[in-house]
Each structure stands twice: as structure tokens, then as C-alpha cells.
Design a protein around this ligand. Sequence first.
Ligand code: IDP
Length: 136
Amino acid sequence: MSQRTLVLLKPDTVRRGLVGEVLGRFEAKGLRIVAMDQRRIDGEQADQHYAEHVERDFYPPLRDFVTSGPLVALVLEGDEAVEVVRLLNGATDGRKAAPGTIRGDFSLSNRENLVHGSDSPESADREIKLWFPDFP
Ligand code: IDP
């Protein structure tokens, strides 16, 4: 079943010059880029995106990180896109993510882990509306 999911290439991906590498993996898998925008967000936008995490101990440094520089927001579309993106991204902690995944190949951190992918179709709907309010 074709789905849409919201992906972020976080500021570490942009800073490290890995946008092409990471985007290439999603495209090679067969996912279609249906919206894409590079932007820098403020703390309020970070709080909206990470609403479920704002009370967690790890949130203040995460907020600083995601607002530290430009990121790339994307809507990707394809068969079971939500789950497929999370498999390509790998486990949250880059040190434990399997080799062959984006985090497993390029991250040694559980914060600076390069990518975000919506965790369910419901989250994808909410996040796509938040990041791309004019998207059909
Ligand atoms: P996910 O991005 O793999 O879905 P979540 O648990 O939703 O993981 O956490 C959101 C983001 O918060 C992670 O991608 C990571 O950047 C950061 N994060 C999660 N857990 C920790 C932690 O224990 N320490 C530091 N940062 C964390």
C-alpha cells in the first residue's frame, strides 16, 4: 500500500556533506521524493515536531542540535514507506544501528543520528501537515 512519510536530514547530515549520500539511498530503494525543502527551524518548531519528547531529559540538547543549522525536510512516498524508511535509517543509537543502515554506516551517536522518519502512518500525517502545511 502506497504511503507517505516525513523524513528529516538533520543538521549533522547537512554539515557533514552527506545529503546526496542519504537521499541517494532513499531514491535507490525506490521511494519517490514528493516534497523537499532545506530550512532552519527555531526552538518552537522543534517543540512541535518533538511534542512527545519535550519533557524528556535528552530533549534540551536535542532541541539545541536540531536548531543548530539548516536541515532538509522531505516527504517520501512508496509502498509501506513509513516502515521502509525506518529500516533504512536503522536503530536510534548510531553505535548500535546495523551496518548497512544510514545510522549504522555514518553515526556514532544516539543524538546526532542524521535522519528522522515518522514512526507510524498517524505520525506521518501529523508531521507532514506540520512541515508542509500547503502539501495536498
Ligand atoms: P527515532 O528518531 O529513532 O524515532 P526517538 O526515540 O523518537 O527515536 O527519539 C527522537 C530523537 O531524539 C532521536 O532520533 C535522537 O536524535 C534523539 N534521542 C533519542 N534518545 C536519545 C538519548 O537517549 N540521548 C540523546 N538523544 C536521544
